[in-house]
Write a protein that binds this ligand. Structure first.
Ligand code: ZN
Length: 156
């Protein structure tokens, strides 16, 4: 049996046995013979090491896929982005309601006060127009930033 194994398994045919040897599918006797051969034969030892490496990589690839590895990061990013959007919305809405109400109160008083000079009322109108314009620009910038973020993610 030992002799037939050795004579029937030249190095070219060892690959099948080496694969089984790594997977632990050989009998104890076959495993011992394989161990002895690998220790003696340089090319089979090289093949053995290559297969171990290959199998290790395949195993790792099965256990930890890129998606699974990236999942916590992606989820965290999504949560962060969501919280960021919520925070921004709260700041903008709160600021607009409170600031707008107070400013509008003042502006209304100034605007309806005919004793104020025309240029002050004009400046007031310009200020509000500018404020709305700035708000729209910031909003547009944020929207563009979100869009480019998305595109960058898709490319990667
Ligand atoms: Zn060999």
């Amino acid at each position: 049996m030992t002799q037939s194994f050795n004579s029937m398994a030249p190095c070219e045919q060892m690959e099948v046995f080496i694969s089984g040897y790594i997977d632990g599918e050989l009998t104890q006797q076959e495993s011992q013979q394989m161990a002895v051969h690998i220790r003696r034969c340089e090319s089979c030892e090289k093949l053995y090491k290559e297969l171990v490496e290959l199998k290790g990589m395949t195993k790792e690839a099965h256990h930890i896929t890129v998606d699974e590895r990236d999942l916590p990061r992606i989820l965290e990013n999504k949560t962060n982005r969501w919280l960021m959007t919520l925070a921004w919305a709260l700041v903008i809405i709160g600021g607009l309601v409170v600031g707008g109400f107070m400013a509008w109160d003042l502006a209304y008083a100034l605007w309806t006060d005919t004793s104020q000079p025309w240029w002050l009322r004009f400046a007031l109108g310009a200020f509000y127009l500018g404020f709305v314009g700035l708000f729209l620009v910031v909003l547009r910038q944020r929207l563009i930033a979100r869009k480019t973020d998305k595109y960058r993610k898709v490319k990667l």
